[in-house]
Design a protein around this ligand. Structure first.
Ligand code: FMN
Length: 169
């Protein structure tokens, strides 16, 4: 007979398997503190929330080095990655937290938030709400600034691997 604990573990493993089948765009999410120290992680848990007002949701693991500085600062940047930026993403993720911004070239928005110069799009948000849920902090951001590259060919993360997607026109 399966115990409740075994059933919960099976459900969690199946849910992880289901989420691995969800193809996602990839972003580098960043902030900076008052001393100019920069923080960032790679992220797939990102969605558009509303156009009125322009707003989005992200989910940040509460143990991630980004989480506390982002909530404290109340501003953050989203750099959406293009399909040729898998290496940038991997180098950024694998670097120690204090060396991540040695990877690639960064601009600094007037808010102090770093944005990846070669991103598909750069977005700067003001934190509107941060609510802890389970392992993560669910953060609602109000969009202050957007920059767009001329291409939309996107880096995609699916089943633990990277791929690329382009729109055929
Ligand atoms: C493709 C990819 C997607 C990720 N998505 C998220 C995410 O949505 N939320 C999150 O908190 N961490 C996500 N992570 C993990 C973080 O990027 C980071 O590695 C982890 O939070 C540890 O960060 P730290 O070393 O700065 O503490 C993702 C990592 C990768 C490689």
């Amino acid at each position: 007979m399966t115990t409740i604990q075994e059933r919960n573990e099976t459900l969690a493993a199946d849910f992880r398997g289901a989420m691995r089948r969800l193809a996602s765009g990839v972003a580098l999410v960043t902030t900076a503190d008052d001393n100019g120290a920069r923080y960032g992680i790679a992220m797939t848990a990102l969605m558009s929330l509303s156009m009125e007002p322009p707003s989005l949701l992200i989910a940040v693991n509460r143990t991630a080095s980004l989480c506390e500085p982002l909530v404290a600062r109340g501003r953050f940047g989203i750099s959406l990655l293009g399909r040729d930026q898998e290496q940038t993403c991997q180098d950024f993720v694998s670097a120690p937290a204090d060396r991540r911004f040695d990877v690639a070239d960064w601009d600094t928005h007037e808010s102090g938030v770093p944005l990846l110069r070669s991103a598909l799009a750069g977005i700067v948000c003001t934190l509107d709400q941060a609510e802890p849920f389970g392992s993560h902090m669910v953060i609602r951001g109000l969009v202050d600034y957007v920059s767009l590259a001329s291409t939309s060919d996107a880096l995609v993360y699916l089943d633990g691997r990277y791929g690329g997607m382009a729109v055929n026109v």
